[in-house]
Design a binder for this molecule. Structure first.
Ligand SMILES: [Zn+2]
Length: 106
């Protein structure tokens, strides 16, 4: 993969989410007062999104470690959701829902 600083295509200082660690990422302002974002491209030149400053600063070894960490946490989340998907599902009855809405009003 390759990470390059490019002028932001967004308006203003709105945050994006880091492709590597999923944290909020803000553009940096260049000396020429231009907002820049670090963009991640794969080896085929396909863009995969923005990268936060912490990940850029982590360097290639740090990025590899951060990717592994994220993969493990996503796999744990997938396993949790698969376990839940195998269980039978019980939703609140209409009476329970109605009781809650009545209490909201008072
Ligand atoms: Zn990041």
């Amino acid at each position: 993969m390759k990470i390059v600083w490019e002028p932001s295509v967004y308006i203003g200082n709105a945050p994006t989410f880091c492709t590597i660690c999923a944290q909020r990422s803000y553009p940096i302002r260049s000396r020429r007062n231009q907002l820049l974002l670090a963009i991640l491209y794969d080896q085929h030149g396909v863009m995969h999104g923005e990268v936060c400053r912490d990940c850029v600063a982590a360097g290639s070894d740090g990025i590899t470690a951060r990717l592994q960490e994220r993969i493990h946490s996503l796999q744990a989340k997938v396993a949790e959701l698969q376990t839940l998907a195998r269980e039978s599902i019980e939703t609140p009855t209409l009476e329970e829902e109605f009781g809650i809405h009545q209490r909201d009003v008072s």
